[in-house]
Design a protein around this ligand. Structure first.
Ligand code: NAG
Ligand code: NAG
Ligand code: NAG
Ligand code: ZN
Length: 315
């Protein structure tokens, strides 16, 4: 996920989340990125010393299935304006706090209500990498992060809380169906330059989510950008949506703070350090009711879904 920055983390996070960062914080922003001299290996503080860092590789054999309740995506079916902007690290969409009916999530094992603040993307120039999280060490070409802030907290408070932020990750497999990103596709051309952007008048969050958004992985992690605050409850939707080659190529035309092509903006996977990854299967409740066979069935289902996902990522 794409939030800023060490030292004055709180202020910078505020700036980037609400997207004033691009114009006011150039000097400060410029010191981290994804290039040789400022890439993930050079990121300081928690990015180096943390113990629950993100992203991670999800290895099916280390996943526990769990009876997590259904996750509610409220007002994700409303449409309103968002502002698309190149902040030098990604393309972000902000403005949800101005919606008359602001999107938020609850349930799904989350403690409380989390309001949508922004979403953004991670990609690379190559089709076989780009997503931050990987499944069985395989990458999708694109991953979107929907960043939610715990209701009642300030952004600064959220950064120093175990579960101040809830990020929903959506994987994109390459395909012919461009519907999930169609609302952004044209506007992406206006945000190639650092600081560039566009207004999208009727954005409907559900269009970017897979049809089945109740099958997901869950773990405790961090921001994937400096200062790598360990404040994120991650929800990774297992079913990917699709992105076309044209759309991917538009994302790949974005320029970084240094004015060079942002050819990749994903952080490599981080050690699990004993963390558990939970998996919410589609019909867990049904299986739970059926009693004894549950263990085997769930194991089989996890394996099967993983295989499906890996297959999808290769297509
Ligand atoms: C959104 O979903 C809610 C709850 O399912 C429903 O009551 C409402 O009519 C939907 N709104 C739109 C615009 O589809
Ligand atoms: C942010 O929160 C931390 C921890 O609660 C606190 O130490 C720091 O002073 C706060 N910063 C600002 C700018 O409020
Ligand atoms: C995340 O951390 C909280 C608080 O420590 C804990 O209750 C929860 O079980 C953890 N979640 C996972 C998936 O490990
Ligand atoms: Zn991100």
């Amino acid at each position: 996920m794409d939030v800023d920055c060490r030292g004055t983390a709180a202020l910078m996070l505020l700036l980037v989340l609400f997207n004033y960062g691009a114009s006011t914080a150039h000097g400060h922003d410029a010191h981290w990125g994804y290039e040789a001299d400022n890439g993930p290996d050079t990121w300081p503080e928690l990015c180096k010393t943390g113990t629950r860092q993100s992203p991670i590789n999800i290895n099916p054999s280390f996943v526990d299935y769990a009876n997590i309740p259904k996750m509610h995506f409220v007002n994700y079916n409303r449409s309103h304006a968002v502002t698309l902007k190149n902040n030098g690290h990604s393309v972000t969409a902000t403005g949800f706090e101005k919606w008359p009916e602001r999107p938020y999530i609850y349930g799904g094992g989350l403690d409380g209500v989390y309001e949508l603040v922004q979403f953004h993307f991670h990609w690379s120039a190559l089709d076989h990498q780009g997503s931050e999280h990987t499944l069985g060490s395989l990458s999708y070409p694109l991953e979107a992060h929907f960043v939610h802030l715990k209701k009642g907290m300030t952004l600064n408070e959220s950064l120093y809380s175990d579960d101040g932020l809830a990020v929903v990750g959506v994987f994109f497999a390459q395909g012919n169906d461009g519907r999930p990103l169609r609302p952004l596709e044209r506007s992406l051309q206006d945000s190639y330059a650092f600081g560039g952007g566009a207004e999208i008048h009727n954005f409907l969050p559900f269009e970017m989510l897979p049809e089945n958004h109740q099958v997901f992985y869950r773990y405790n992690g961090s921001l994937t950008t400096p200062g790598c605050n360990e404040a994120v409850v991650w929800t990774l939707l297992a079913e990917p949506v699709t992105v076309t080659e044209v759309q991917l190529n538009r994302l790949r035309k974005h320029l970084s703070t240094s004015g060079r092509l942002l050819t990749q903006n994903y952080r490599p996977v981080q050690p699990l350090n004993g963390r558990r990854v939970l998996f919410r299967p589609h019909n867990f409740d049904l299986m739970f009711a059926s009693g004894g066979a549950i263990y085997q069935m769930s194991k089989a289902l996890v394996g099967f879904l993983s295989l499906l996902l890996l297959t999808a990522s290769l297509m």
